[in-house]
Design a protein around this ligand. Sequence first.
Ligand code: CTP
Ligand code: K
Ligand code: MG
Length: 182
Amino acid sequence: MHAVEAVVVAFWTMLPAYVPNNAAVLAGGGRPIDGGRTWRDGNRLLGDGKTWRGTLFGTFAGAALALALDAVAPAVADVVGVTLPGFPPVVALSLSLGAMLGDILASFLKRRSGRERGAAFPLLDQLDFVVVALALTAVAAPGWFRDTFTLTVVVVVLVLTPVLHVLTNGVAYLLGLKDEPW
Ligand code: CTP
Ligand code: K
Ligand code: MG
């Protein structure tokens, strides 16, 4: 696979995992998932930044996007001249839900390391959602995963994602949508 082709496939395939966290920022608020509970270290289990509303909306947005992309994949593939994978429903869900779960797991780890809500945790912030989105998809749809995520594509995802994450969160911060640029 050509380098350019790998970048196009990586970006396309990860879009349903990129969107949920950003959608959650727009929809967040209301009841926190941890219900305000604390862990034995005295810190919040997850914190007020992980809400039911944000999680449901983010998961829905990512899955809906995947199904929309699935419908236009053949047409887009024609235009860009690259074979693009479609998204079976189970993958639409595993990519978006996995992204949200990865972010939630990261907040759990941040609270255990004494970081307050909004504190930065370099690398974890940029990769938590991709790692769990990929892992959940590998379990939920092993055949699709093997065909789509070749080693080259996985490497591109791991390099491309932190760059995109820094850029999109920087923009969200400048637009006043996010309190911190990470
Ligand atoms: N959000 C949400 N539910 C989620 C993820 C995010 O409601 N599962 C919303 C919250 O309003 C959150 C905002 O999106 O404040 C930004 O997300 P994020 O940066 O992940 O949360 P932080 O507030 O920075 O909290 P943490 O330190 O736990 O990451
Ligand atoms: K986060
Ligand atoms: Mg944050």
